[in-house]
Design a protein. Structure first.
Length: 140
């Protein structure tokens, strides 16, 4: 009998501490989790995502479009950004798949940009400028 009382006492104490902690951290700064960033699948995607987010863009990641997913999307402008790492975008079969994906996305109303990982790493300002130029063209 003592074991049951002891067990349920510990469970009750854990519930009380959990609820107290929930109340304490409610609305506390620094608790925000960026779920879109968590869906980024590579360091180059996160790097570009962070730069676009810093510029104040509304961004979605891993957006489904038919049988494909868009790495980074600016839905307000229908801009699809693909971040191409060398491991998954360099052999002929992978390049053919990328061409089919581009055609499918364009047929569904997306403007598609592909940036290599090395370009995102070495020329992030240029990548951001190209995206910004496209946005400006679409607004005029």
């Amino acid at each position: 009998m003592f074991e049951y009382v002891f067990f349920f006492g510990i469970v009750a104490a854990a519930v009380v501490f959990y609820l107290m902690d929930k109340k304490r951290t409610k609305g506390a700064p620094g608790v925000f989790v960026d779920h879109e960033r968590l869906k980024c699948e590579s360091p180059i995607e996160r790097r570009l995502y962070d730069a676009l987010k810093f510029k104040g863009e509304y961004i979605r990641t891993q957006v489904p479009c038919g049988r494909y997913r868009i790495d980074i999307a600016l839905p307000a402008y229908r801009i699809a950004i693909e971040c191409d790492g060398k491991a998954y975008h360099s052999n002929p079969q992978q390049k053919a798949r990328d061409r089919r994906k581009n055609a499918y996305l364009r047929a569904n109303g997306w403007r598609v940009f592909r940036f290599s990982g090395s370009r995102i790493t070495k020329d992030l300002k240029g990548v951001l400028a190209k995206i910004e130029n496209e946005k400006l063209k679409m607004n005029t």
